[in-house]
Design a protein around this ligand. Structure first.
Ligand code: PLP
Length: 434
């Protein structure tokens, strides 16, 4: 007999601690494309995509087939003990995807946080330095080091200290709330000078191993810097022997209409971290980049029991093949245009929308009580999310003030589903604007 959602929720309350958060009370039974069906048969259009994991759609057929095929052959041998070809094929694929005309390597891990941890380890070993430069409004994970890198205290860090040392924080190019109080383009992207200033006030470049940045910040509010920004940062890194790491865990694999978001800025990172949509729904991550850096750690210094698991590697190869064969980058670009047009239209109608930003279909709406004061409207954001959920649309918020709506829907969402979801959102804006 199938249970009611209420039954499962009360079992959840007794068995699972509240720290393991839930954005909704939905108990999923199955999912396909852009739709999740709960155990009572209710359907939801999914604008969260399992937090940006299913860009190619829920239960994408190639991925499901690849998992089944691999499961029949080999579930696990541990790459460190007995190798298998899938790990190597995926590394080769990632090397092709990552930009840069230099020799590259890729190492596989399980989660985004694990990829970030390893990118920092590799940078430290390769440079012989320790410091890490991170950005305000950043999110890099929940392990001790990645939580230390993350720039949002509640809920991610509160009470979990002491934090990892040698982390230096500078403002990101958050144009809507400009850290230097200027306006683009007359600002000359002066916010990038924060890096050189940091060398004076916080730590010398001789101590800085790496800088890690999300091209479009995920949890931090889809902050999308101007086109000159990353080239400026990269130049400063090059001058000072600092490894430039792009954290593409949320922004990668078609999310912005490109395989990797940093392509929009034309900057070639030294190392890139990838996860989320790389696995098509399976837990897998990687660090990919310059061979001279990747080869620095001693034998045995990198890895883990499950990193690049055979089933996850097969799923990832199928996910990447799906993006390529089904032209999902072009699909993403078109979806991004549809969404942006709609969102800019909503901004004309609803003063509560202070900013529309992002790249391709990785778009955000920042909600404010007043366009003059830009006071964050977290309460209204929560109301909107609840309104939409009630009507069958899963929306995710983000931003340090929780006042940003972000779109992470599967790229394979149908036009009909987009239309339905956007009309629910519009009704939601009418409701919260009253
Ligand atoms: C989700 C995310 C991470 C952490 O990934 P996990 O798989 O949750 O450990 C790191 N960086 C960015 C940009 C992310 O969006």
């Amino acid at each position: 007999m199938t249970q009611s959602s209420q039954d499962v929720l009360s079992r959840r309350a007794k068995a699972v601690p509240p720290g393991v958060f839930n954005a909704t009370k939905i108990i999923a039974a199955k999912a396909e494309g852009a739709v999740i069906t709960d155990i009572e048969g209710r359907e939801y259009i999914d604008f969260a995509g399992g937090i940006g994991v299913v860009n190619i759609g829920h239960n994408s057929p190639r991925v499901v087939a690849a998992i089944k095929e691999q499961a029949d052959k080999l579930l696990h041998s541990c790459f460190h003990i007995v190798m298998y070809e899938g790990y190597i094929s995926l590394a080769e694929k990632l090397i092709k995807i990552a930009p840069g005309n230099f020799e590259k390597r890729a190492a596989l891990f399980n989660s985004g946080a694990e990829a970030v941890e390893n990118a920092i380890k590799i940078s430290r070993k390769a440079t012989g330095k320790q410091g890490v430069v991170v950005f305000e409004n950043s999110f890099h994970g929940r392990t001790l080091l990645t939580m230390s890198l993350t720039s949002k205290v509640k809920p991610y860090k509160f009470g979990f200290g002491p934090f990892a040392p040698e982390i230096y924080r500078i403002p990101h190019a958050y144009c809507y709330r400009c850290p230097i109080g200027r306006e683009y383009p007359s600002c000359d992207v002066g916010c990038a000078d924060a890096l050189s200033k940091m060398f004076i006030g916080q730590s010398a470049p001789e101590n800085i191993a790496c800088l890690i940045v999300e091209p479009v910040s995920g949890e931090g509010g889809f902050i999308t810097p101007p086109k000159e920004y990353y080239a400026k940062l990269k130049a400063i890194c090059e001058e000072n022997d600092i490894v430039f790491i792009a954290d593409e865990i949320q922004s990668g694999f078609g999310r912005t209409g490109r395989m990797l978001a940093m392509e929009h800025w034309g900057v070639v990172p030294d190392l890139t971290t990838v996860a989320k949509s790389m696995g098509g729904g399976m837990p897998i991550s990687a660090v990919v980049g310059k061979a001279e850096l990747m080869d620095a750690p001693q034998v045995g210094g990198l890895g883990g029991t499950y990193g690049g698991n055979p089933v996850c590697a097969a799923a990832s190869l199928a996910a990447i093949e799906t993006i390529e064969e089904d032209n999902l980058l072009a699909v993403a670009e078109k979806l991004g245009e549809t969404l942006r047009t709609k969102f800019e239209g909503l901004m004309d109608k609803f003063p509560i929308i202070g900013d529309v930003r992002g790249k391709g279909p990785m778009l955000a709406l920042e909600l404010v009580h007043s366009r003059e004061t830009k006071e964050p409207a977290a309460d209204k954001t929560r109301e909107l999310v609840a309104y939409c959920l009630e009507r069958g649309l899963i929306l995710l918020s983000c931003g340090n003030y929780g006042n940003v709506i972000r779109t992470l829907m599967p790229l394979v969402i149908t036009e009909e589903q987009v239309e339905k979801a956007l009309s629910i959102m519009e009704e939601g804006f009418v409701a919260i604007s009253k």
